[in-house]
Design a protein around this ligand. Structure first.
Ligand SMILES: *Cc1c(COP(=O)(O)O)cnc(C)c1O
Length: 331
């Protein structure tokens, strides 16, 4: 008999239900609101999943809470670490402080003081080392090797993926006849988790991934048939930057399995979508959170008559980035 046991790196619908039980009462069960203007514009029912309402400002709290809550007591006592200054670092800081674990977020000396203060305000220690993100990672790995801390991965871990997947369970409860979900795609924890959940419940739901035009590591890696490195390019969707890891063990194969189609969007389309969210939806959100709308506009995806959810994934946008977006839409 062939052994068909599920590999360790795979994420099942059951894992996502377990994650939901672990993070209940800590992560917010976010509202799904219908956008009147987008529903009219696309002749569809367009819903917005407001992950911007998580206490850390983005969905990454779900995965971080699930990964930290799953640690045994002795491991939890030695604390957790990571090397992100963005939404993941904020999520780990907030989740660890909520679960009573020490957290050290490693950052490079180039990270601005206001970002450092924001992470400290969420309850974590910030350790400043070196001049680059790589230097910060070296320190995080040293804390793991020498002080027994646990590294909380940004996406490539089954517990992280399962945590993000809880969004999919909520979508299917709120709109049981959902036809399609559009999801910003970077490392693939968000899309992999949601995709596993919604298609586990209804295999006919379309899962559409959206990335920026340049530096989209997952899309390049799928096209090449294995994980590849890409050059990082400045983008309004800065939370979608970064690689997927050449030794990716979980998200590359999961995204390949659950994603129905994918699109890449221009900076101009991202900028226009950010402005739409502020002016019409009255929400200040980051570029990565609006790529679904950018794709509907730029690629004229036909969703007439469909029930569609856009994952409004985070609100981590600073004034300089916002001004840049605003500038691109002035003609
Ligand atoms: C991290 C992030 C994403 C992408 O998530 P992945 O799991 O890396 O694909 C999208 N939007 C925001 C706001 C994020 O912080």
């Amino acid at each position: 008999m062939i052994n068909r046991a599920t590999p360790q790196s795979a994420v099942t619908l059951h894992d996502i239900y377990l994650a939901r039980a672990r993070i209940a009462g800590q992560a917010v069960r976010t509202p799904l609101v219908k956008s009147v203007s987008l529903s009219e514009r696309f002749e569809a029912e367009v819903y917005l999943k407001l992950e911007t309402l998580q206490p850390s400002g983005a969905f990454k709290l779900r995965g971080a809470l699930n990964a930290i809550a799953a640690l045994d007591e002795a491991t939890l006592e030695r604390g957790v670490t990571t090397a992100s200054t963005g939404n993941h670092g904020r999520a780990v800081a907030w989740a660890a402080s909520r679960l009573g674990a020490r957290a050290i977020i490693c950052v490079s000396g180039l990270v601005p003081a206001n970002k450092v203060a924001a992470i400290e305000a969420l309850g974590a220690e910030v350790r400043t080392v070196g001049r680059s993100q790589d230097d910060a990672f070296v320190e995080a790995r040293r804390l793991v090797a020498e002080e027994g801390m646990t590294l909380i991965e940004p996406f490539d871990d089954p517990l992280i993926v399962a945590g993000q997947g809880t969004i999919g369970l909520e979508l299917m409860e709120d709109v049981p006849e959902l036809d399609r979900v559009l999801i910003g795609l970077s490392g693939g924890g968000l899309l992999g988790g949601i995709g596993r959940a919604v298609r586990g419940i209804n295999p006919r739901v379309r899962v559409t991934g959206v990335s920026m035009m340049y530096g989209a590591a997952m899309i390049e890696s799928l096209a090449n048939g294995h994980p590849v490195e890409v050059e990082e390019v400045e983008t309004l969707a800065d939370s979608l930057g970064g690689g997927i890891g050449l030794d990716n063990r979980c998200t590359w194969s999961l995204v390949r399995e659950v994603m129905s189609d994918h699109h890449q969007v221009s900076e101009r389309a991202i900028a226009a979508a950010m402005v739409h969210f502020l002016e019409v939806e009255k929400m200040l959100v980051e570029g990565a959170a609006v790529v679904g709308l950018a794709a509907l506009e730029e690629h004229a995806i036909d969703i007439r008559g469909e029930k569609v959810a856009l994952i409004v994934s985070g609100n981590g946008v600073d004034m300089a980035t916002w001004q840049r977006a605003r500038g691109m839409t002035d003609t």
